[in-house]
Design a protein around this ligand. Structure first.
Ligand code: 13P
Ligand code: SF4
Length: 325
């Protein structure tokens, strides 16, 4: 959608064009690439070189040739990119863009759970701090969580942190008992079963897709529980004219852009992640000018945390890392 079509006035459009021009020039001078998560605001998604879900962004971050990565997302995502690229400069244009769910579990919480369940494999959702990743055995994202669980030998207990809802969803799909931590996403908690029931009455033929960070009853009532990247693939393949989307509303921009002939209705238009909305194109420009705020990860933590990220990206069986046994 053009900026005028978005309802911006002429002055605003000129401002966006001028910032965009400066960003494009600075990007070349700095040899930088802009990555954006699917929940970012429209202008940020439009200026990014690549927009994707957590797994796609982590994979993308591995084989970039640029020296500087401008990461438009939340802190744990930029931190993961930095751990995978210790020699590159990784910028998070708003240093306060955190993820409340990632901050719900600490390394001490994980260690306590390990003590209670010796020999268990700890799977941490990528929405976690580097310290938590460092004391876990493997990471997962919402798009590969079931595959990760399936790589854990059947005789092993599994601990899943921090998201109780994604953990529960994966436990149901993989048919494995999982010890869950009690974290959750405050934005997805705004999606309720009543909303699903009500919207189904209004749009009888429309499939309902939700993110697996949603409450159990919402996941069960939906047609599919999908990562944001999987939602984009689903929308392309689906023959439905209208699709109800239960997740952070930033995804609607990409869905509408890629499928102009289809209609996408938010399950709850108030499902907005305030942290994902902190970055705008002006902040991207400033961060390219100053090469700041930079993401740094302590070497020792990064070394251990990277093991969990690389275990996720591998394909062998997953066992606890020896030193925690
Ligand atoms: P995805 O990996 O599905 O993009 O989800 C990331 C996230 O933060 C969801 O709240
Ligand atoms: Fe974290 Fe939820 Fe925001 Fe995703 S939507 S970044 S899980 S608070």
């Amino acid at each position: 959608m053009g900026n005028l079509a978005r309802g911006y006035n002429f002055t605003m459009v000129k401002k966006i064009e001028s910032i965009t021009e400066k960003i494009q020039k600075l990007k070349k001078d700095r040899n930088a690439v802009i990555l954006a998560h699917n929940y970012q605001i429209e202008e940020v998604q439009d200026i990014a070189d690549f927009t994707g879900d957590s797994l796609e962004l982590a994979k993308k971050a591995i084989d970039l040739k640029e020296d500087v990565i401008v990461f438009c997302g939340v802190h744990f995502m930029a931190e993961t990119a930095k751990m995978l690229n210790p020699d590159k400069i990784v910028l998070l244009p708003d240093e306060y863009a955190g993820c409340p769910m990632a901050d719900m579990a600490s390394a001490a919480d994980v260690i306590n759970l390990r003590r209670k369940h010796p020999g268990a494999v700890v799977v941490c959702y990528v929405n976690s701090t580097a310290e938590v990743k460092a004391v876990s055995d493997v990471c997962c994202t919402s798009s590969n969580a079931v595959d990760i669980i399936n790589r854990i030998p059947k005789d092993r207990e599994i601990i899943f942190v921090p998201d109780q809802y994604l953990g529960g969803h994966v436990s149901r799909l993989a048919k494995r008992d999982i010890i869950l931590f009690n974290g959750y996403c405050p934005t997805h908690a705004r999606l309720t079963l009543r909303m699903v029931e009500k919207i189904r009455e209004e749009y009888k033929d429309a499939p309902v897709i939700v993110h697996p960070e949603s409450r159990k009853e919402v996941c069960l009532a939906a047609d599919e529980a999908l990562s944001t990247g999987q939602m984009c693939s689903y929308a392309k393949k689906s023959t439905a004219e209208t699709i109800i989307v239960g997740t952070e509303i930033g995804i609607l921009h990409r869905l509408r852009k890629e499928n102009p002939e289809k209609t996408f209705i938010p399950l709850n238009p108030k499902a907005v992640c305030p942290n994902m909305k902190k970055i705008d194109i002006e902040k991207i420009l400033w961060s390219l000018e100053d090469l700041s705020p930079r993401i740094e990860v302590d070497d020792n933590i990064a070394k251990k945390a990277n093991r969990s990220v690389l275990a996720m990206l591998g394909d062998g069986p997953i066992l606890p890392v020896n030193e925690y046994e």
